[in-house]
Design a protein around this ligand. Structure first.
Ligand SMILES: *Cc1c(COP(=O)(O)O)cnc(C)c1O
Length: 362
């Protein structure tokens, strides 16, 4: 792991994790999806306690986009489920992929050939799931190229293609629909005809496929879903809304107040660009009580934070300072107080990955 400054456990800023909430959210998915639930831990840097809660809630495998996170999971010793690498690997990772992960997503034959060669040297077959691009235009083989790509990769030694995966929503916000799910099933069937065998892993999507699933519109041919956000935050990434019955408070990010003073709400002086190259415009609301918390853009995507306490607004942030308007806050705010925030996905992912933010468990 990356070495950072030594921080005492629970020193602020701190992300507090509630594994019991994660377990219940995972169970809400597992109870209603008749297939394999793969818990996705990339939003929490592969945190083993989070993975364990997902497994206890009914996930049967864990997936992460980064090898370093999967290695961290393995090193805990008590997570012995199958581990998937979600992001198609870099060429420099092929040896490690073969050694450290059970199944990987693939979309580039040249990389997969190198994976096969590395697997053959170890006398094993590496199991690969081919990613298809069903419209989001991030990773994946274009549908028209699927059969020819399969014909090529079937000739590689050391590689066993065990499935097909579709992923949408992450780059262009394409959402799964009954039609796109049917199209995916058709692609899987075409792939199975090409290789003349069944492909056991038909991985139909992520959290944004859950609304479809819960409405009964996910084809039964989809045997697997890879779910992160719905378990972690209880939200549907397609709409940003809470999935019915899911809990949203598995994570709280807390930061300490280091200054609190009444100040004019507008700046005074000649204005150019701020530290991030932007020229903010500020509404004049007179003198307001402003608090600074010891947390900044280095630690978290500040736009993705919602203060838990009513009446607090996030005004802005620089690298190491986040400024809040606490004039209308319930109760008083003083230096030394801790302010709690509810993070969105990107804010959670970045804060857990930050070497300046500690993690604590309830
Ligand atoms: C991140 C990711 C997922 C999980 O997405 P969520 O929206 O967190 O459920 C699934 N598959 C792939 C390929 C991903 O990159």
């Amino acid at each position: 792991m990356i070495e950072g400054p030594r921080l005492d456990a629970e020193r602020a800023p701190v992300v507090t994790v509630r594994p019991a909430v994660l377990e219940r959210n995972a169970r809400r998915v597992a109870d209603r999806f008749d297939g394999e639930l793969v818990g996705v831990t990339k939003g929490v840097s592969g945190d083993p306690r989070v993975a364990r809660a997902m497994l206890e809630g009914g996930a049967t495998a864990i997936a992460d986009s980064r090898l370093v996170n999967l290695r961290r999971l393995r090193e805990t010793g008590d997570i012995d489920c199958e581990c998937y690498l979600l992001r198609t690997p870099m060429r420099s990772e092929v040896e490690d992929v073969v050694r450290d992960v059970d199944v990987s997503m693939q979309s580039e034959p040249s990389i997969l050939r190198a994976i096969g060669a590395a697997a053959s040297r170890r006398d094993v077959d590496h199991r690969a799931v081919l990613a298809v691009d069903v419209g989001d235009r991030r990773e994946g083989i274009m549908p028209d190229d699927l059969e020819s790509t399969l014909a090529t990769v079937e000739t590689f030694d050391g590689v066993e293609v065990v499935g097909i995966a579709a992923h949408v929503g992450s780059l262009n916000g394409v959402v799964p629909t009954a039609e796109s799910a049917a199209h995916f099933v058709e692609l899987v069937e075409r792939a199975e005809r090409t290789v003349s065998r069944q492909l056991p892993i038909r991985s139909g999507g992520s959290s944004n496929a859950l609304s479809l699933c819960f409405a009964g519109d996910l084809p039964t041919e989809v045997t697997q879903l890879r779910v992160g956000e719905a378990i972690l935050l209880g939200t549907d990434p397609a709409t940003g809304e809470v999935l019915p019955g899911f809990e949203t408070d598995a994570f709280v990010l807390s930061a300490d107040v280091i200054e609190c003073k009444p100040k004019p709400s507008t700046p005074d002086g000649t204005i150019r660009r701020d530290a991030f190259g932007e020229s903010p415009t500020v509404e004049d609301r007179g003198t307001r009580d402003r608090a600074i918390v010891a947390l900044g853009r280095v630690d978290v995507a500040v736009e993705g934070l919602t203060p838990v306490r009513d009446g607090i607004d996030v005004l802005g942030a620089s690298s190491d300072h986040t400024v809040l308007d606490v004039t209308d806050a319930r109760g008083t705010v003083r230096p030394g107080d801790s302010i709690a925030f509810s993070p969105e996905y990107g804010a959670l992912a970045r804060s857990v990955a930050s070497q300046y933010v500690t993690t604590a468990y309830e």
